[in-house]
Design a protein around this ligand. Sequence first.
Ligand code: SAM
Ligand code: SF4
Length: 431
Amino acid sequence: MNEYDSNRILDLTKKINYTSTKNIKEADCYVLNTCHIREKATDKVYHDIGRVKKEFRYKKKPIVLIAGCVAQAEGEILLEKEKYIDAVVGPQSYHEINKIILNIRNKDKKINSTEFEVIEKFDQLNLVKNSNSKISSFLTIQEGCDKFCKFCVVPYTRGPEYSRSFSEIISEAKQLVNNGSREIILLGQNVNAYNFKNKRLSDLLYLLSEIKNLERIRYTTSHPKDFTSDLIEAHGKCKKLMPLLHLPVQSGSTKILKSMNRDHTIKKYLEIIERLKEKKSSIKFSSDFIIAYPGETEDDFKKTISLVKKVGFINSYSFIFSARPGTPAANLREIDSKIAKERLFFFQNTANEIKKNYRKKLINLTARVLFENKVKNESKFFGRDEYFNSVIVNSSEDLNGKIKNVKINQCNQNTLFGEVILDTEHKEYAA
Ligand code: SAM
Ligand code: SF4
């Protein structure tokens, strides 16, 4: 979501004649868009400011803005502690960015803009064309969270759940497709909690599917609690919806899920997976895990390991529990860090082994790959298959924006390597 927000900040600032630069030395204004989900986020801000200070030691300093969730959570402290920062802008008030920049330019005063003005934000954003022209583009449809998992800062930094209207989403999606996007990834902290006048995510998926030249749709991140039957049904019916679902589970132990306030059990989670497979047999899953959550016993941890094996997630993102100030779990007794690290190591080895075996099986099969860009200075193209795996092929033809059949010849942990083949004579993935 920060990538989406950063692009929109760029779209907004174009109105006051700013543009982006890859060369930090040229910047008149430096916007650091931050994430607060795990610890050390604030340290990273100070570290980055240090880098800017060094670059501008003998020059007029640029305007320095801290945006995103660190700004929301620690705005006043940042302004107090680091005088080099001119303003902090929360994730729900960045539509004010031009006013903020002009105020700083005119009056030279510090600004804290961290109100929750999500409706106003999208009202303003709707007036500015989304100029993103990537083959695969993000599109925020929902923001915020009312779930209050005990470990998570999101409800405090992004505010309550809010869903954008159908018309503004469709209009932005059409802009992206007109700019050249062939894939849209719908975003939300709880994207399947989407609800606009009783219209759900499934309704939106069918509507988006009708957009000509939009080839692929994905959405992230969903919550098991909001996984309604209509959405399960849509996975079977909606041809443009890709067959990989990221469905964070956090732990394989229902006891731990309860203490996290997750509001779903492992039984319910597995039921959703089974029902999705019934509708779409080729579907695969990825997930997030928190390792060593306070109270996690060896037995709870084993349950997480057996869940990973049982579902066979093709990608697993795992993190040791990180106590976030202001969240209820921050007051709980943490698990010894040596044990936590050992569990994370064991977990990641298990998950990587599953991923390795899955990838090995793809060799000699055919993937449908949407190509996104040329690899720098080489006659190679980068794309993604339907399962969001990275694929690289050699090609003298410009493949950007095209979907091709690719025979997979090799793989490593992160990338599949293959060759473009004709539509005939291929053995397709899965199903
Ligand atoms: N809304 C999604 C859900 O319900 O699962 C997750 C969104 S959260 C922004 C992304 C991931 O960060 C979570 O799935 C979780 O695994 C991880 N995360 C969040 N807070 C964390 C914490 N305090 N410590 C470790 N990992 C955390
Ligand atoms: Fe955070 Fe997701 Fe839980 Fe909301 S549902 S509090 S975003 S982990």
